[in-house]
Design a protein around this ligand. Structure first.
Ligand code: FMN
Length: 120
């Protein structure tokens, strides 16, 4: 069974595309098929020893989700579910997409919220 789980949030598909690129580079033997966090459960994340988490930034430096005008739920709705679970020992890598030109003050800021939640 693949040990690396790739989970991403997205509204317009860019972060999904990068998730697929990462899986292709790692190979299907090492990394499982990327999963949209909208459809994932906490148990899905707990199954992987290593997590690669991708997020775009929306609003003004925020996580994607309904509050930032995205079409579906995303990381903003998922992260509160993590609170009662123990992720001790997991290795977590985070990647982020953003628009440096349009949002220079908040460029890829949502990565910080993912970092904080998983660090905690
Ligand atoms: C309404 C809106 C707000 C955005 N806010 C930010 C932001 O605060 N910081 C940033 O770096 N990028 C921001 N972006 C750029 C997106 O993060 C970027 O387009 C990203 O590639 C979208 O990823 P997705 O296709 O996976 O949804 C914003 C884009 C839109 C449309």
């Amino acid at each position: 069974m693949a040990k690396i789980g790739i989970f991403f949030g997205t509204d317009t598909g860019n972060t999904r595309r990068i998730a697929k690129d990462i899986q292709t580079l790692l190979g299907a033997g090492l990394a499982a098929k990327p999963v949209n966090i909208r459809t994932a459960s906490v148990e899905d994340l707990l199954q992987a020893d290593v997590l690669i988490l991708g997020t775009p930034t929306y609003g003004e430096g925020e996580l994607p989700g309904l509050a930032t005008g995205n079409a579906t739920e995303s990381w903003a709705e998922f992260l509160p579910k993590l609170a009662s679970h123990d992720l001790t020992g997991k290795t977590v890598a985070i990647y982020g997409l953003g628009n440096q030109k349009g949002y220079a003050d908040d460029f890829v800021s949502a990565m910080f919220y993912l970092y904080s939640a998983f660090k905690q």
